[in-house]
Design a binder for this molecule. Structure first.
Ligand code: NOJ
Length: 758
């Protein structure tokens, strides 16, 4: 009787395990290993630690890491300082633990490893998917050369709030563009074969909705309807999963009142069951423990909640390690749940080929030949050029002549420390080309009169908050008055002023939210004084977010937005300023007139009381007394040294059957004096539907090169799913009726065609 009972239990547990691992194919090697593992060893695999001494990316670092690895209590490490240290750690795991299970080595390679590319918001402004993919491939090649096999990227959080410092790490406001970029990055990192030592596991983050935190204040709460999530925020995560992302990182925020890290609806119902995700889920840095502060219970309670919700690996928190055994003995979790989580972690190791060769990624010969090569730097330069957005070109002063007499001024003109941008912990500022050096490289015959002109900001207390990773805001010993006089003297000696101004790198990024996103006062003074000299002024503007620049925009200045351009900053800026490359970037997040307009984005709804136009006020309409509805600069906006004319928009059918594609064609002519590239954008408006539609939404784009005078016909295909949306039952459907299509060079595009869906 007893034997039979035991047998039944074994069978039942076996069935649950098989059912949960369901449709997916089991890996015999992993199954065999699981059979040998003790409960403690399984729990150990769910523990991800950071030993410190490397790149600290959070407030705490793990202790006694070596002893924990030896005890079989660690599944992976991240932020390890060097390949030598990784080798030491792998040796302990492989040679000194009972089963010799290799470790995963993670890292944050957000925009390049040692070859730092522009910040992701900048890269997204290139609208060039091949280029973005190649930056991810290079990042993977360099990082794996140094032993890393798991990357905490891409960050695909949609954000419509530039107060949030981490808007810099993503692709901006739009889910269609964000999805395309998510695919490019995942396929770039992972390639076709994860056992290839030049590829690494991607980790799509932060699941989910992190970019929608209230007030743009980092780590804050999110509350959002399902209809909004599905239609506007979730697509890029799903695109990354569909592209094969091997892992997912949870976000710090709550979703529907439950922190993402313990949210079963999110991690199991949606991610695994609806989307079919088969990889593993890791928490963010101590986000498991942070559920205590969120108000969900003590460490044991939140750890059990997270495991049951579908979390597989606990980053730094050691909540799983310290409580799961107890929870199992108290019947609060099941062994099958622990085994499933462990299986997913082991499967990732298997996919990387680590069971065949735990040292596959530790190859001393690689760093010298793969990292920071001339070819990689060339791609960084190209990526930076293409990420810049020309916001204004007063009197077509740009491009400058290479023989010009230039006052090169501003606190960011000679600042290697601020070129790489936020979240570049693996890059080295010493490798960055400053703007002044780039000018000298590209235009050796120009006369450069340099002066700092002002500090980034004069407030010591603020500087201390920004300088956590090194001296980004360097307050000069000279007085602000003296700095200004020097800049004005440089301007007087020159024909044109180039002022490099904006944010220091750590004024955006994680835990760098701002309520005032204007150019700091110290620099505003400098800009105004320079303009008052009457010399033509070009602002090279750096930032990790859209800024509020209404005042500067009204001045007679030219503005080139360069984000934080990465390791080749100075060369790339000079390439564009001197016309070796004609700027082609377009904004991927709307630039508000002021903070009070936030959120403002291109796909806003009409409302029941739309303003007569976005420029005019009318009582009892949806508008402001003190500002226009239109933003300062719309999504998709960006100028070129040449001009483009759009005409002859056509749809290939006026009546479209369900399931059919629609081809939209348009003529684009380069009508100016330079060859150049244009991002042709297509926006769709679903005129009538069962839930309120956005005014218009990006649904297609193509970046094209046109020689001066050249005309091309561009055809963009709207696929059947581009006409679909999630209705109030969260069904993804297209509803019959009229559609309007707009094509142009930004989201204000007005060239229109229509069709009807039958
Ligand atoms: C916290 C950040 O939110 C996340 O993006 C990052 O990957 C981890 N720290 C690890 O450094």
């Amino acid at each position: 009787m007893n034997v039979l009972k035991t047998l039944l239990i074994v069978l039942a547990v076996g069935t649950t395990t098989a059912l949960t691992a369901q449709s997916k194919q089991q890996i015999p090697e992993v199954e065999a290993l699981l059979k040998k593992m003790t409960l403690e060893e399984k729990i150990g695999q769910l523990n991800l630690l950071t030993p410190g001494g490397g790149v600290a990316t959070g407030a705490v670092v793990s202790e006694n890491v070596e002893a924990k690895i030896k005890a079989g209590n660690v599944g992976g490490l991240f932020g390890v300082a060097s390949p030598e240290k990784m080798k030491m750690a792998q040796d302990i795991a492989v040679k000194n633990t009972r089963l010799g299970i290799p470790l995963l080595f993670g890292s944050d390679i957000i925009h390049g490893y040692k070859t730092t590319f522009p910040i992701p918001l900048g890269l997204s402004s290139s609208w060039d998917m091949e280029l973005i993919k190649s930056t991810a491939q290079i990042a993977a090649k360099e990082a794996t050369a140094d032993g890393i096999n798991w990357n905490f990227s891409p960050m695909v959080d949609i954000s419509r709030d530039p107060r949030w410092g981490r808007i810099s790490e993503g692709a901006g406001e739009d889910p269609f563009l964000g999805s395309a970029i998510a695919r490019a990055m995942v396929t770039g990192y992972q390639g076709d074969d994860l056992t290839d030592v030049n590829t690494m596991l991607a980790c799509v983050k932060h699941f989910a909705l992190y970019g929608a935190i209230e007030g743009g204040r980092d780590y804050n709460s999110v509350d959002m309807s399902r209809v909004k999530m599905f239609n506007q925020y979730l697509a890029p995560y799903k695109a990354a999963i569909d592209a094969g992302a091997a892992s997912v990182m949870t976000s710090f925020n709550d979703v529907d009142g439950i922190p993402a890290t313990g949210n079963k609806w999110l991690l199991t119902d949606l991610l695994r069951e609806q989307w079919g995700f088969e990889g593993f889920v890791v928490s963010d840095y101590t986000s498991l423990n942070e559920m205590i502060a969120h108000g969900l219970g003590d460490l044991q309670a939140v750890s059990a909640l997270a495991l049951k919700a579908g979390l597989d690996m606990d980053m730094v928190g050691e909540g799983f390690l310290s409580t799961l055994k107890k929870s199992l003995s108290e019947g609060k979790v099941t062994e099958a749940e622990i085994t499933n989580a462990c299986r997913r972690v082991l499967e990732a190791k298997y996919k990387l080929g680590l069971f065949n060769n735990p040292y596959a990624y530790i190859d001393e010969t690689r760093p010298a030949k793969d990292i920071l090569t001339a070819e990689n730097r060339a791609v960084a330069r190209k990526a930076a050029q293409r990420s810049f957005v020309l916001l204004k070109n007063e009197n077509n002063i740009l491009p400058l002549k290479k023989s010009a007499k230039i006052a090169l001024v501003g606190p960011l003109a000679d600042s290697q420390n601020n070129m790489l941008g936020t979240w570049a912990p693996t890059g080295d500022v010493k490798n960055a080309i400053s703007i002044i050096d780039g000018f000298k490289n590209v235009a050796p015959n120009a006369t450069i009169n340099y002066a700092k002109g002002s500090n980034i900001l004069d407030d010591e207390a603020m500087a201390a908050k920004i300088n956590v990773f090194g001296p980004r805001v360097d307050i000069s010993k000279e007085s602000p008055e003296t700095l200004l006089e020097e800049a004005l003297a440089a301007a007087q000696k020159s024909d044109v002023v180039v002022a490099v101004v904006g944010e220091a790198t750590e004024m955006s990024g994680e835990a760098a939210s701002r309520t005032d996103i204007s150019i700091p006062q110290a620099q505003k003074k400098l800009i105004n004084a320079l303009v008052a000299t009457g010399k033509p002024v070009v602002l090279v503007l750096m930032s990790g977010r859209p800024l509020t620049i209404s005042e500067e925009f009204d001045l007679p200045v030219s503005i080139l937005q360069v984000w934080h351009p990465g390791v080749e900053a100075g060369n790339a800026v000079a390439d564009v300023v001197f016309g070796d490359y004609n700027p082609s970037g377009k904004l991927t997040a709307t630039w508000p007139r002021n903070v009070g307009q936030i959120p403002v984005y291109h796909s806003m709804k009409n409302t029941g009381r739309p303003a007569p136009t976005s420029e005019e006020f009318q009582k009892f309409r949806s508008n402001y007394l003190d500002a226009k509805n239109s933003p300062l600069l719309p999504f998709g906006y960006g100028l070129s040294y040449t001009s483009f004319k759009y005409s002859d928009i056509k749809v290939d059918k006026n009546v479209v059957a369900s399931g059919e594609a629609v081809n939209v064609s348009v003529k684009v002519q380069n009508t100016g004096n330079f060859d150049g590239e244009e991002v042709v954008q297509l926006y769709l408006r679903d005129v009538v539907r069962s839930i309120t539609p956005p005014g218009k939404q990006l649904k297609g784009f193509e970046k094209v090169f046109l020689k001066k005078g050249e005309t091309k016909t561009i055809t963009i295909t709207l696929k059947p799913e581009d006409l679909k949306f999630y209705n109030s039952n969260l069904e993804f459907i297209a509803e019959p009726g009229d559609f309007e299509v707009f094509v142009g060079g930004d989201s204000d595009a007005s060239l229109k065609a229509t069709f009807e869906l039958k």
